[in-house]
Structures are given as C-alpha cells and as structure tokens.
Design a binder for this molecule. Sequence first.
Ligand code: ADP
Ligand code: ASP
Ligand code: MG
Length: 460
Amino acid sequence: TCMSVVVSKASADEITVAKFGGTSVADYQAMMRCAHIIKNDSCNRVVVVSASAGVTNNLVRLSQENVPASEQKDIISAIANIQFAITQHLTCQASLDLEITELLEALAICAEKQAANFSVQNSDQILSFGEQLSSRIFAHVLQSIGVNGHYFDVRQVMKTDDLYGKAQVDLAQLAINAQALLLPKLADQVIVTQGFIGSDQQGNTTTLGRGGSDYSAALLAEALQASNLSIWTDVVGIFTTDPRITEQARSINEISFGEAAEMATFGAKILHPATLIPAMRQDIPVFVGSSKEPDAGGTRIQRHVESNPTYRSIALRREQTLVTVKSPQMLHASGFLAKVFTVLAKHQLSVDLITTSEISVALTFDNPHGSTQSLLTQAVVEELEQLCEVSVEHGLSLIAVIGNKIHGTKGVGSSIFDKVNDFNIRMICHGASNHNLCFLVPEADANQVVERLHETLFTQ
Ligand code: ADP
Ligand code: ASP
Ligand code: MG
C-alpha cells in the first residue's frame, strides 16, 4: 500500500516525515519535483519545509539592528520576487498571493519595529517568515497535483524555551501536542509544516538555529513515532566529503547513527548537528537523498550497518575561532577551568575542541557569520580577561576524519598526518571518540588539506 498514490489511511507505523531544504523549495520546478516525491509514496504524511533558498539569509539581514528603511524595502521585495515567481504557476494564484501579501505586510511591520527598537524576540519573529511563506506555497503545490496537502502551523506543537536564536524544544510537550493535534489529521491529509521555528510558553515565535529544519523534522518524526525520516536536499546522500570540495567525493550507501552524528556535529553542513539525536532515541532510520534525482539513491543512516570502515568521511567546518586562555595560577591550582567554563556557560557558548598545557588551555568555537546563535563576542572575551590572559584567533577551519575505532587502530596518526605535513596543523584532538580525529588548519589551506586527505584515505 505504501507506493499507492491514493491517499489512504496510514497507521502510525507507516508514517514517513519528509523534509525539503531550501534549494528543494527554491522555485516552482523544484517544488514540483518535491510534490511528486510526496505523491509517489503515500507513507509521506508529514512534510517539513525550509524557507526557499536565499530567503533566510535575507531575513537575517532584516533582523539586525538599524537596517535603513530603503534596505528593508529592498529585502522584502527580493523575498516577494522569489515567492511570487512560484505562485504565478498555480491556478489558485489570486487567493494564495493575498495570503503571501498579508505575510509580507506583517514582515514589513516587524522589520520597521526592529529598526526602531531592536529585540532578539523580534529577530526570531522576522526569521520565521521564510518557512511560513514556503510552507503555505508548498501546500498549494501539492494540491495542484491532487495530493490532499494542508498547511499546519508548527508553533502549535513545537514548544520551546525563550532562548531566541537557539531555542530548546520541550520534548514532552511536543509529544503530547503532536499526538493530539497532528496525528489525527494524518488519517486523510498530508500535513505541510515549517522547519526551524517554534514558539515559547508565551506564544512568541522562536527559532532552533541555522539549518534547524533537519532537526525539526527529526523531532516531529520522534513525536509521531514515525517509521522513517527522509531528508531531501541537493546532493545524492552523504558523501565521503563535501562534494563541493573534491570531485572524488562519493555518496555513502549506509552509515551508522554514531558516525553520521559525528559528521553532522563536525560541520558536514548536510545535516544540522542535532538531527540524529531524536532519530537515535526512537531508532528511526534516516534517508538522505536528492530531490533533483530522487531515483538516484542516497544514504541510509541507521543503528546497524554492514561495514564499519576505519575511514568513512572527512568533515570540514569553516569560521572557527581559537581562544587561548593562559594563567600562571593554573599551575598546581584547581578550579581555573571551572571558572572559565562558568563564563562560557553563562553566555550559552559551547566549546568544540580543547587542548591543554601547563599553564594554558586552548578552546575552539564555531563562530559563523550570519549565525542566529550566541557567538563569542567582545563582551565574553572581556569577561574572560578578568580571569586570565586571553588571545583570540580567527580564520581557522576544523577538519574531522570520521570513521570507526579511530582511537584503537594502529597507524591512524601517520596515515592522516604524513600526507599533510607541509601544512600548519593545530589542536589535534584524538581519543575522545572512537569515531573521529580532528584538528585545525588555516582557512586558506582547508580545501587543499581535505582534498589531499580524501585522496589518501578514500581513493587508494
Ligand atoms: P538543505 O538546504 O537541503 O538543508 P544544505 O545546503 O544545508 O541543504 O546541505 C547540503 C549541502 O551540504 C550540500 O550541497 C553539500 O555541499 C554540503 N555538504 C557538506 N558536507 C557534505 C557531505 N559530507 N556530503 C554531502 N554534502 C555535504
Ligand atoms: N531556513 C533556515 C536556515 O536557512 C533553516 C533551514 O534551512 O534548515 O537556516
Ligand atoms: Mg541544511
């Protein structure tokens, strides 16, 4: 029954949650391809969409402080152009355009308010319009090919705290709400809802962090006890490394939850870092494939896999910041690191890599431009300076080699480092996880180091 086109009553164990990323809903043709993916498999009951490509970046700019009125106007019309270019292909264009126009007017009011009186709460409100727009449109695209698609406002179920920009989801509330408000609808409807956004206890809109739609989809799959999660993107699965870096990268058929989670955490942009946590909790297999080539296969992420190679993939995360804290007091003293971490925790900053020496500790942070989350700011640095000497370096990339038994296999160090010994490699972290070994390199060398490592570890 799973492959029939007719929308039939699905039992809970037949539910697939399907997520489409920004490029998959970028324009009419892309949305049509996604609509057919939904239509071709009646297990697809819940569709989670990102904002159309480019829209969230525009909204990030709009959400900042002091954006001049003329720029606000330009940004909103750029967004309008993207969306109306899609709606013009639909027979319901007139009524849908009214809905879109209303949303854009509401956005304009938020933008004006933001310029006059900035708040992080309003930032999240502004960021949420991308997904609100794309999900409304996608529901109509589904209807245009005979699928009973309905818009659903995810903020009714995705309840979070009020940490705007990277809100934490209340899993218990989500489960109750999803079972009560969402599950009954799945009997005869395909629900189209938003990734990335939620709402706090007061009903204010929140966001889960850039790239968060993958995570939203996984959370919904968990809450609905879905049997599958499909992440449809612009590449045919998870590759041995970012295919934009080397043509030699190839798609991985099968990968374990543990390895894929390390990849996501260490920056393979393909999945939001938290995506696999809900999937692992409920043991929901995840498929990653390309909405451009839905029949070209992809990657299955699951608990048990047939092969567990030492080297599975190489992940790269750019725009890392390295902070070295140095204190003579650290010598023979305890509690110094606790103080440092207290400051970081207060600012909700999470540390990725750590190395230590006699009187200093080096830490790395993800500090991407255009982030909606807490970043290492001057205020944090000043607070750390109350405790110790602080030096901050930018322009670094984090490279992670992901695989199995990395810390229990002889020769791993030389296989990796012998080939890149003409580069300045720093902060080597090896041993904390049997799935990865990672280090920093200067930004300018990053692609070359990844290419070189890929060549040695995967093509020989
Ligand atoms: P979406 O908008 O669908 O969420 P993203 O742009 O967030 O898509 O993620 C897909 C991109 O991730 C790919 O186009 C690719 O360049 C990048 N990427 C990074 N690492 C990998 C990898 N190991 N395998 C596949 N894609 C990767
Ligand atoms: N639209 C959001 C972003 O661009 C969320 C997502 O695409 O996953 O970050
Ligand atoms: Mg993404």
